[in-house]
Design a protein around this ligand. Structure first.
Ligand code: ZN
Length: 169
């Protein structure tokens, strides 16, 4: 299902379990999180509705290394993949702090996982699995999770101004 959030931001939600996938169209065509592989065909179909193919995407950002966010990375054959090196040692993955999209501010928010981060773009916060709507927060009991780090991350986010929250679920 496609939802238009702003003129240049769309979300895609598949019918199977998986993270929400976001498209941001700037000079680059950027995907934030890729969902689970169970939703692969729906994602391709949704992109097609917007006259895009996975090959048109040139940047993919993955907020953290959980299966429901990384399932379709391999679809985006022409994209540079950015994520936390703490969670993605693979040399093909570029560290998120090297991302050169000047409209995006990366905020490290470990807690749900050790390399989790959020992205602030104008008044929009892409929060991965760190925070959800209705004051929800990500679970901390998975490998790499930390209650202490989550507390610090929430403190950090409480000082950030945004109007639209776009979480991973
Ligand atoms: Zn997660």
């Amino acid at each position: 299902m496609i939802q238009k959030i702003k003129s240049n931001i769309f979300s895609f939600e598949g019918s199977e379990f998986g993270s929400i996938v976001y498209l941001v169209e700037l000079k680059d065509k950027i995907i934030i999180d890729t969902g689970s592989s169970a939703n692969k065909n729906e994602l391709i179909r949704d992109l097609k509705e917007l006259n895009l193919t996975p090959e048109n995407i040139n940047i993919v950002i993955v907020t953290h290394n959980h299966f429901d966010h990384i399932g379709n990375i391999q679809l985006f054959k022409n994209a540079k993949i950015y994520a936390s090196k703490k969670e993605f040692p693979d040399e093909k993955i570029i560290d998120i702090h090297e991302l050169n999209v000047r409209e995006f501010k990366i905020i490290d928010t470990p807690g749900h996982s050790e390399g989790s981060f959020c992205i602030l773009y104008e008044d929009v916060l892409f929060s991965g699995d760190t925070i959800f709507h209705n004051n929800g927060i990500g679970r901390m009991d998975l490998p790499g999770g930390s209650e202490i780090q989550m507390k610090e991350s929430l403190e950090k986010l409480s000082k950030i101004q945004f109007k639209i929250l776009l979480p991973g679920h």
